[in-house]
Design a binder for this molecule. Sequence first.
Ligand SMILES: NC(=O)C1=CN([C@@H]2O[C@H](COP(=O)(O)OP(=O)(O)OC[C@H]3O[C@@H](n4cnc5c(N)ncnc54)[C@H](OP(=O)(O)O)[C@@H]3O)[C@@H](O)[C@H]2O)C=CC1
Ligand SMILES: Nc1nc(=O)c2c([nH]1)NC[C@@H]1CN(c3ccc(C(=O)N[C@@H](CCC(=O)O)C(=O)O)cc3)C=[N+]21
Length: 272
Amino acid sequence: MKLLSGSELVDFIKERQAKQVRNLKQAHHIHPTLAIVRCNTQSDVISTYVRLKQAYGDDIGVEVAVYSETPDSLIARIESLNEDDSVHGVIVQLPVTPADLTEGAIEAVMADKDVDGLSSHAQFDPATPTAILWLLAGYNINLEHVAIVGRGRLVGAPLEKMLRNSGVDVMSYDETSADVLPEELRKAKVIITATGQPGVITADMIAQNAVVVDAGTASEGGVIRGDVAHDVRERQDLTITPERGGVGPLTVAALFDNVLLAARRVAESRQN
Ligand SMILES: NC(=O)C1=CN([C@@H]2O[C@H](COP(=O)(O)OP(=O)(O)OC[C@H]3O[C@@H](n4cnc5c(N)ncnc54)[C@H](OP(=O)(O)O)[C@@H]3O)[C@@H](O)[C@H]2O)C=CC1
Ligand SMILES: Nc1nc(=O)c2c([nH]1)NC[C@@H]1CN(c3ccc(C(=O)N[C@@H](CCC(=O)O)C(=O)O)cc3)C=[N+]21
């Protein structure tokens, strides 16, 4: 079994980003700032992800401000962050409760600050698909016979679009294709899964010597579980993301890449 370690790649990226931050501060007097807006009932898992982003920001010198809102104050907060020149990126931490506020909240983030790249007017590439492409490129994985399981907003749908845009043929599946999935997946050389359904991908669905990227992070009683079943990890022929330190750390790194890009654009617009 070969591991696709995101943690191993992240240190190089972090060093580059810390340098960029120093330059923005020294040469342009810009203190890159990310605002995280959450609107949900108290959730430990969400708090963990928010903390990870804060810790990463601390490490590279980016200010991270967290706003906990109610359904009534959510949009007004996003609008005031849109107006605030000291803020370069605004993300709505998902899931939002109630779920029917999600679309409106994501669309309310102005294009220049939509560093999650989730709105219909997005200018930035979304973080998790970028992270997955970095991981595959970092380990020289050939992008042939690629299958994506899950067509969600954060991972599957934007990843499919990005791969197609770069000329890669992909097959993609959601819950409606569950009955053909085992047979279809066995044809894939690279499987990227992001369903949030623990254990849906079992060893018998995966071809010999395949590459498996598991981006699933379901929470079961406080324990984070991926999409691949335990028997997959017993397969010695696979190249696969570790249970921890796979896509996750690179997702955070990719988000901050967008924050720095947004801040640099502000610096450039001031010079012109
Ligand atoms: N590691 C990381 O850095 C990150 C991980 N994540 C995780 O990635 C996962 C996906 O998130 P997100 O993109 O928001 O997706 P969503 O939760 O919005 O959607 C899930 C997708 O998976 C599909 N699906 C569900 N069950 C099956 C099944 N049995 N077989 C095939 N497809 C299925 C759904 O299909 P249908 O619509 O037909 O039900 C849907 O397209 C989550 O676990 C999330 O926590 C997200 C961001 C970052
Ligand atoms: N608007 C929005 N954008 C997101 O990008 C977004 C989101 N909402 N909601 C939740 C998901 C989930 N997500 C993860 C980030 C980091 C790790 C990560 O770094 N995980 C560590 C382990 C973390 C730990 O438990 O200590 C690892 O895989 O090794 C995982 C998952 C981003 N998400």
